[in-house]
Design a protein around this ligand. Structure first.
Ligand code: NAD
Length: 438
């Protein structure tokens, strides 16, 4: 099939590349001219495991191309994906200006029956708004459908190629047939394509993300209580995760969720609720708890340094909001770094993929020292903070650590080490939901 993908970010580029890999002819459209130039010359603009190989192969085989021109990109496309940003607006609701702007431009450009797909996470009722915006100037028949994306950054290619399910919101038989054809190669193992109306599909995405945010936050609250009552959250996790009604995933306590999705989607669902005069109380608690959780280790850092970190150097391992991505949107590491810098500390940071993105931040780029590897960040540092659970931080060479760190103290926001191990090695070790080791 001939496809266009408008918006070539984490979702759009994965969508475009993976559908090219399954044999479609894909043109990706983005307004960021620098990004498009990069992609045209074979440089992938994001880090996503396994994506580069597919990206290069499909460019080389002529199935994947890039343009800044919407008119050129959608020429002859049977299906157009909108994978545009939906950031929070001032009031917390999802800002639809990107989606509706493109929808308006699309109307006069359509030249044949086309299926336009909202792949972005958008509030209930958006498909109707997109349809109205396109209809203003469209001269041909078209369908607007909802097809929310559930991929996780870090394993996006696998999630896209082998989705647990594909959710499609439409009542149009023509659009359903196009979606069945397009997704057939991805659901060969029997994972379902679930058809429903648009509003339910839009709601499904928010329900999934909000549920996961609740699950993480619930576990973080259990962790906070564990610290007070002298229990170990890792044991609680094993104890409850083996219950098949609860499940093993999303039970790891830590310094809160971040990323481009959970924070904004929980906020947007809360806003949708209040617009419909419904007080979705659990969402407000989740947002409040997560906000506090992000900097939960800072009081311990202050306590360790006698209430003052001025002039101290803190090594930070991990900047991305989670491992296997360079995405730093809403990353808890940034909240901690900002607080520490304003308290007068120096920051030496290392992340395998996300340093360039932090270096490009106006308020942090010049104030953080980035190092070439994890151990260099420890040289002359007074303490180590672990903010992202990259696997390489799990089994470091502790001799190298000790040779560099001034004090044997670690503040671990992701519980990457075992308590007994830290005890044996003689560290002062703070983690989440477990007892402090002295
Ligand atoms: P992103 O910010 O990484 O990418 C968006 C892209 O759209 C950027 O490259 C930007 O330049 C481009 N763009 C903006 N305006 C444009 C325009 N008028 N024309 C063409 N291109 C334009 O965003 P993302 O993370 O890919 O998220 C996109 C949507 O998918 C959001 O609604 C998000 O909530 C949702 N989503 C994201 C994930 C994820 O893990 N990132 C997962 C599922 C769903």
């Amino acid at each position: 099939m001939k496809l266009a993908v408008v918006g070539t970010g984490y979702v759009g580029l994965v969508t475009g590349t993976c559908f090219a890999e399954t044999g479609n002819q894909v043109v990706c459209v983005d307004i960021d001219a620098r990004k498009v130039e990069k992609m045209k010359s074979g440089i992938i603009p994001i880090y996503e495991p396994g994506l580069e190989e597919l990206f290069l192969r499909n460019i080389a085989e002529g199935r994947l191309s890039f343009t800044t021109s919407l008119a050129e990109g959608i020429q002859d496309a049977e299906v157009i994906f909108l994978a545009l940003p939906t950031p929070p607006g001032e009031d917390g609701s999802a800002d639809l200006k990107y989606i509706l702007g493109v929808a308006k431009d699309l109307g006069p450009l359509l030249s044949q029956y086309t299926v336009i797909i909202d792949k972005s996470t958008v509030p209930v009722g958006t498909a109707e708004k997109v349809r109205a915006a396109i209809a203003e100037h469209a001269k041909v028949e078209f369908d607007v459908i909802s097809n929310p994306e559930f991929l996780r950054e870090g394993v996006a290619v696998e999630d896209f190629m082998k989705p647990d399910r594909v959710v499609i919101g439409t009542t149009s038989e023509k659009a359903k047939a196009a979606m069945n054809r397009l997704y057939a190669p991805l659901v060969r193992q029997g994972n379902p394509i679930i058809f429903m109306d648009e509003r339910s599909a839009e709601m499904t995405k928010y329900a999934a993300n909000a549920f996961l945010a609740v699950k993480i936050t619930f576990m973080n609250e259990i962790a906070n209580l564990c610290e007070k009552v002298g229990a170990n959250v890792d044991d609680i996790r094993r104890g409850i995760g083996t219950d098949s009604r609860i499940g093993k995933r999303f039970l790891f306590a830590g310094i809160g969720y971040g990323g481009s999705c959970f924070p904004k989607d929980v906020q947007a669902l809360s806003k949708t609720s209040s617009e419909h005069a419904y007080d979705f109380q659990i969402l407000d608690s989740v947002m409040k708890v997560n906000e506090e959780q992000k900097t939960r280790l800072l009081p311990s850092v202050l306590e360790y340094f006698g209430g003052d970190v001025k002039g101290r150097t803190i090594a930070v391992w991990g900047l991305a909001f989670k491992p296997y991505t360079d995405d730093i949107r809403e990353a808890p590491a940034l909240y901690n770094i900002r607080e520490l810098l304003s308290a007068g500390a120096h920051i030496k940071a290392y992340d395998p993929e996300a340093m360039e993105n932090v270096a490009n931040l106006e308020d942090l780029g010049s104030r953080v020292t980035f190092t070439k590897d994890a151990y260099s960040a420890l040289v002359d540092a007074d303490a180590l903070m672990i903010m992202t659970e990259w696997p390489q931080f799990r089994t470091p060479d502790f001799e190298k650590l000790e040779a560099r760190l001034k004090n044997k103290v670690i503040f671990d926001g992701r519980n990457v080490y075992e308590l007994e191990d830290m005890q044996e090695r003689g560290y002062t070790y703070y983690s989440i939901g477990r007892q402090k080791i002295n």
